[in-house]
Design a protein around this ligand. Structure first.
Ligand SMILES: [Zn+2]
Ligand SMILES: [Zn+2]
Length: 239
């Protein structure tokens, strides 16, 4: 069924991935109205965690207050294409839950553009945040793995789809906030093939960074397995 729909899609005119309107052909993924609504993240932002800053700090170090204090950060760089808000939400949710898998191309391209600092800093391997296998069976696809496919095409980096395993079936993070999110995913991940990670500069890929608990927990497991560094790349982030 999915193959059939992707074959059909190849013959249909491209549509705006947010409102569904047929595109004139010059736009990429979004109609002009929707494009104007999306809050793409651009500089100034913290050069480490990617958090948008109100104004560029004076001096050469463009870091946010929390990165200046952080002694052992989970990520070398963290980047996202746009803000996760009421304007961008439906695009992400339809990609994640409603089989809009063809949107991985446009979303992955935006992530690729947002990740320039990562590509320019010796990144070596892409790793998707995994779903628990029971959830994968139900949803039939891992949205983060689809994004990795597109990022791999653009960056030329290999993808290690099974390097991390989610061995504990956690409740969805949306059901929790703050410290409860950290607790919910604690020790939920294990590195299945440490030899694929050891000594490597790893790029962790996910759809949305909310508090970052899931990505941080994955980063901990990767560091324990001997990763040289971990970067985080998501479509969107809560700012
Ligand atoms: Zn639109
Ligand atoms: Zn920061």
């Amino acid at each position: 069924m999915r193959l059939l729909s992707s074959v059909l899609n190849a013959f249909l005119p491209p549509r705006c991935i947010k409102c569904g309107k047929i595109l004139a052909g010059t736009e990429d993924g979004l109609c002009p109205e929707c494009f104007n609504e999306i809050n793409f993240i651009s500089r100034p932002y913290c050069e480490k965690c990617g958090r948008p800053l109100d104004e560029k700090p004076s001096g050469s170090m463009v870091y946010c207050a929390s990165c200046l204090q952080e002694l052992k950060p989970h990520f070398r760089y963290s980047r996202s294409a746009f803000r996760y808000d009421d304007k961008s939400k439906n695009m992400i949710l339809s990609f994640k839950f409603l089989d809009k898998t063809e949107n991985a191309k446009v979303l992955g391209d935006w992530m690729y553009n947002a990740g320039k600092d990562i590509w320019n800093s010796g990144a070596e391997v892409l790793v998707p945040v995994p779903l628990h296998y029971t959830r994968l069976l139900k949803r039939r696809y891992n949205q983060s793995a689809l994004l990795c496919n597109q990022l791999s095409k653009r960056s030329g980096l290999p993808v290690e789809y099974t390097a991390i395993q989610r061995h504990i079936k956690t409740r969805p993070q949306v059901e929790f906030s703050g410290a409860a999110r950290i607790k919910n995913v604690r020790n939920a991940f294990q590195i299945k093939s440490p030899e694929k990670i050891r000594g490597k500069h790893v790029v962790l890929v996910d759809d949305v960074m909310t508090t970052g608990s899931t990505l941080k927990e994955c980063a901990l497991a990767l560091h324990k397995a001997g990763a040289a560094s971990v970067d985080a790349l998501t479509i969107a982030r809560v700012c």
